[in-house]
Ligand binder design. Structure first.
Ligand SMILES: [Zn+2]
Length: 438
């Protein structure tokens, strides 16, 4: 790939080596950042030189937990039976949606979702997939679709007993196949997906544990204590908590992603720290499901990451909504930009095994360029307010040194086809859900 010199840029890279710096040049070679800073001489540069006209550049953002399979849920009809609690929300809405997905609607969900990620500046996605009627090849489809968008993807398929033993075995096999197939792919990070403790028997957890034992570089990606019902289920099975149950089956290690954790105990927190697990916080989803709010102290102690749980693909908006939800419900505030720009890159480094999420020498060249003309002064003390309340969508998006969006135009991506197809597939999917008695 031809080396590129991008100059006349203004960096905002919160918690990075250069948080706020203007008149900057960036040199990119082989998809990596080779130089960042002022005073780079153009003389003798052999490659492409681009004047970025004073645009603001941010690192590509990371969504630490989402469900691309729920992309076609936007605007779907309300359930016939109004769900009264968390378990009913799953039964009435999400388990009907995932059962309705076939290969065509799953592909449409992936394409439309990943397109929306790019348009919103999310260039790394840690996904948790479910399509019980389309298992074989679903993770291969996700990895290959992400590749066409140049998005880094962590893949897993949720194992659960809720659709029967054969379905559980097929799902586990699909995870294991993906771990083998993509284990050494630099842009794909396969994990072992579990839905949640309350939909998995001891026998199933033991089976997963037996396989995980042979995979030292892999971990589980699971919803934990999202609602009290999950904790009550673990207790009814004779365990102190969900985390203690997972630990009993040796399922917790430094690669594990633990999602939500709203009802985890002090002992659980210590166990997660001891095992080196990562906790992911999803504020807009928790508010939407009315399951409670994750304690600020837990977020701080475990350096939790920020995910959207399928609610959206705009991470700056998730950070803003997280701040607002916490303001409404709690007296202690959290710096959501720290979750997004410090903890999420740390999680990406751990998950993908290389530097992602900062504008630094040696990092992958995933960059967002904003044509930002602020209506108030912006400086190094107040850029956080501009990130949460001012910045719109990026006008250029680059991943691995290649522009995927250039001056608001998608490069080699047919948005008309993708949206026409996803509209058609969403109608099919919603009809299938109605047939299940919505
Ligand atoms: Zn989730």
């Amino acid at each position: 790939m031809t080396p590129q010199l991008l100059h006349n840029l203004h960096i905002i890279d919160p918690f990075g080596e250069r948080e706020f710096l203007d008149r900057v040049s960036i040199v990119i070679e082989d998809g990596l950042i080779k130089f960042v800073g002022r005073g780079y001489s153009h003389v003798g540069f052999e490659g492409q030189i681009l004047d970025m006209q004073g645009k603001t550049v941010l690192p590509g953002m990371i969504n630490a937990h989402t469900h691309l399979y729920s992309t076609l849920a936007m605007g779907m009809p309300a359930p016939q039976n109004d769900p009264g609690n968390f378990t009913e929300i799953l039964k009435e809405i999400w388990w009907k949606l995932d059962l309705g997905l076939d290969q065509a609607s799953t592909k449409a969900s992936f394409e439309a979702g990943l397109l929306d990620c790019l348009q919103n500046g999310t260039t790394t996605v840690i996904d948790h997939h479910a399509s019980p009627n389309f298992i074989d090849g679903s993770l291969d489809l996700l990895a290959k679709t992400a590749e066409t968008f140049g998005v880094n993807i962590s893949i897993c398929l949720e194992c659960s007993d809720r659709n029967g033993t054969a379905n559980f075995c097929d799902t586990l096999a699909e995870n294991l196949k993906a771990i083998e197939q993509f284990g050494s792919d630099p842009y794909v990070a396969p994990l072992l997906g579990l839905h949640a403790s309350f939909t998995l028997s001891d026998k199933s957890l033991r089976s997963i544990s037996d396989h995980l034992k042979k995979l030292p570089n892999s971990g589980i990606h699971i919803h934990v204590a999202e609602d009290l019902a999950d904790e009550q289920d673990a207790q009814s099975r004779g365990f102190k908590s969900v985390i203690q149950r997972l630990d009993h089956f040796n399922l917790l290690n430094q690669h594990s992603l633990i999602v939500h954790g709203i009802y985890i105990t002090r002992e659980d927190r210590q166990t997660l720290l001891k095992r080196g697990c990562t906790l992911i916080h999803n504020p807009s989803s928790n508010a939407n499901n009315r399951v409670g709010i994750l304690e600020s102290e837990i977020i701080e102690a475990l350096h939790a990451g920020l995910g959207t749980d399928g609610m959206q693909n705009n991470m700056l908006r998730e950070a803003k909504e997280g701040s607002l939800i916490r303001s409404a419900k709690s007296s202690s505030q959290i710096d959501y930009l720290k979750l997004l720009f410090k903890n999420n890159p740390d999680i990406a480094v751990k998950t993908f095994g290389r530097l992602i999420g900062h504008i630094e020498e040696g990092a992958q060249a995933d960059l967002l360029f904003y044509d930002y003309d602020p209506r108030t002064e912006i400086h190094e003390q107040n850029f956080a307010g501009h990130l949460l309340y001012g910045l719109g969508k990026p006008c250029d998006v680059m991943t691995r040194g290649q522009f995927r969006i250039r001056n608001t135009i998608l490069v080699d991506i047919d948005i008309t086809r993708i949206h026409e197809n996803s509209r058609n597939q969403s109608t099919r999917l919603w009809n299938k859900m109605l047939e299940q008695g919505r």
